[in-house]
Design a protein around this ligand. Structure first.
Ligand code: BGC
Length: 552
């Protein structure tokens, strides 16, 4: 049963544990107050020890950084603040030498308005191929009714450009003009960007904001067949390089629409499971498994070669765009009573502060993350329980420097504290003086130790990444119980979503004679009999059992 996936398997992403890391925030190798590739390379040992198998590196390209690098001004080099292309190559090799995969970002819905393509377009005559790299109109009438994503800052998806004397279209900030995928020259440029990074050896890309690529009047301009055709062309191009390169779709859409980003196994290999994430938090707050079970049961099947990407938190707000109005109200009430914590349609908080720094809830949420069907993604700093700062503006409060030690600048940088790209978290509960890697490494009861243990355990069992899920229906709705099965491998997961002790009576009749072995302590439990299997769970407790066949 214990077969860890290897990094040579073309479907490595099915068994991966992904770590989301912003270069800027991780470790400052040259002492200028900004994290860089030299620093990230120096911390690869830490990441390897954590047990993650793939690094998703946030945008690291030249950029005015008005959207933290998602506003790209040049796709084929490195932001000088983060180092040089040589630094990147050294980092990539060092990661590969450790068996770690590295995926980058393909942000091609839009560029920065500082990108030379846009500067050229605004000066080019209307109708010229250069102008048509972007989407222009003489009025704001086109694409009426298309929703605005950054509702807190933008009032329209069109902005007037006095140089071009026309409006340009943007689904995000007004300084991020959308590229025009109806222009074949744009597609050609994108494919050569892909080639550039694939030639260098990166293992894949997250496709940012992928539902909005192609626009058509009279539609929502989301998930259009023409957009899927673009993704298929990108995939076909990636496949030319041979197996083992992975595309991950960021499509914050309803499950049925997200499903389409896998195509028939000919679009993206992976896509984020946006619908399940808020429901995990809802389930725990309501102490009721139903929102979680519903989210998973409403998930359409996906092609065999594909995989869901699961996450608890990331660099953005906890998005509530795709939940019902009632669910959104509930989540705001439950998780962001301080209005300062809200932004756009979401909540800008890290994991630990979201759950009141309750270690048991942090563990339970990871227990679910690591045992649900898909590949888990851990957001940097959440493995040590870092906090946030909702007063920093935009989503910057969840992007503060990694906390390495209790020394100056939390051990993140040797720079004058005034030079840091962002203040560190300094409050009494989450401040770097108390929450930091060094302290947690010297405390075997720390969250970091626990995370290392769980990641390693999960990696031993490929059934987590590759198996099916079947929910049980114990009468106590505070208990979430499910079987994960892959061929003959069988695991039973049982979780208490409540903050009080709960009984669980599980109907496991079909598994009569199987012996549950608790996986953390490798403790044999009484064999399953004909009567319901009885368990008691502590507050927010959860168990993973390997079910061993009778006589095994
Ligand atoms: C990224 C955001 C970014 C937006 C616009 C998103 O999907 O995750 O951080 O602001 O794309 O590029």
């Amino acid at each position: 049963m214990r077969r860890a996936g290897t990094s040579h398997d073309p479907r490595w992403y099915k068994d991966a544990v992904i770590y989301e890391v912003p270069v800027k925030s991780f470790y400052d190798g040259n002492g200028d107050g900004i994290g860089d590739f030299i620093g990230l390379e120096q911390k690869l040992d830490y990441l390897q020890k954590l047990g993650v198998t793939c690094l998703w590196v946030l945008p690291f390209f030249p950029s005015p950084l008005r959207d933290d690098g998602y506003d790209i001004a040049d796709y084929c080099t490195i932001n000088p603040s983060y180092g040089t292309i040589e630094d990147f190559k050294r980092f990539l090799k060092a990661a590969h030498d450790r068996g770690l995969k590295v995926i980058g970002e393909l942000v091609v819905n839009h560029t920065s308005d500082q990108h030379p393509w846009f500067q050229r377009a605004r000066h080019a005559p209307p109708g010229s191929p250069e102008r048509d790299y972007y989407v222009w109109s003489d009025t704001e009438e086109l694409y009426q009714g298309v929703r605005i994503i950054f509702v807190d800052t933008e009032r329209s998806n069109w902005t007037w450009d006095p140089v071009a004397k026309a409006y340009y279209y943007h689904r995000f900030f007004h300084h991020q003009p959308d590229l025009n995928f109806d222009n074949p020259a744009v597609m050609k440029e994108i494919l050569s960007v892909l080639d550039y990074w694939l030639d260098m050896g990166v293992d894949g890309f997250r496709l940012d904001a992928v539902p909005y690529l192609v626009k058509r009047d009279g539609t929502s301009c989301e998930n259009l067949p023409e957009t899927h055709a673009v993704i298929k062309a990108i995939r076909a191009h990636v496949d030319l390089r041979g197996p083992g390169k992975m595309l991950l779709a960021e499509a914050n859409q309803l499950p049925v629409d997200v499903r389409e980003y896998f195509g028939d196994g000919d679009e993206c290999h992976m896509a984020y499971h946006f619908p399940v994430m808020p429901r995990l938090f809802m389930g725990i707050h309501l102490e009721d498994r139903q929102p979680i079970v519903d989210a998973i049961e409403q998930t359409p099947p996906i092609p065999e070669s594909c995989q869901w990407a699961l996450f608890l938190r990331n660099h953005d707000e906890l998005t509530l765009e795709m939940v019902t109005d009632e669910e959104r109200d509930y989540m705001y009430l439950a998780y962001s009573q301080d209005p300062q914590a809200r932004i756009n349609a979401g909540i800008r908080r890290r994991l630990a502060p979201l759950v009141g720094n309750d270690r048991r809830q942090i563990e339970l949420l990871h227990g679910l993350l690591f045992s649900f069907p898909g590949t888990p993604i851990v957001y940097y700093g959440d493995e040590i329980g870092m906090g946030d700062n909702v007063y920093l503006g935009d989503r910057n409060g969840v992007r503060t420097p990694m906390q390495w030690t209790s020394d100056r600048n939390g051990g993140f940088s040797r720079a004058d504290p005034a030079r840091l790209y962002s203040p560190l978290i300094m409050d009494h509960v989450y401040g770097y003086q108390s929450v930091n890697v060094e302290a947690e490494e010297s405390d075997t009861a720390s969250l970091l130790y626990w995370m290392r243990n769980m990641i390693r355990l999960r990696r031993l069992f490929t059934v987590f990444g590759r198996g099916t899920i079947e929910f049980l229906a114990p009468s106590n709705r505070r208990v979430l119980a499910y079987l994960r099965r892959c061929k003959d491998d069988l695991i039973l997961c049982v979780a208490n979503l409540a903050g009080s002790v709960q009984p669980a009576e599980l109907d496991l009749g079909a598994l009569n004679g199987y012996v549950p072995v608790e996986m953390l302590g490798y403790t044999e439990f009484p064999a399953i009999g004909e009567l319901p299997y009885f368990l008691t769970l502590g507050p927010y407790g959860f168990y993973w059992f390997e079910l061993q066949r009778p006589g095994a």
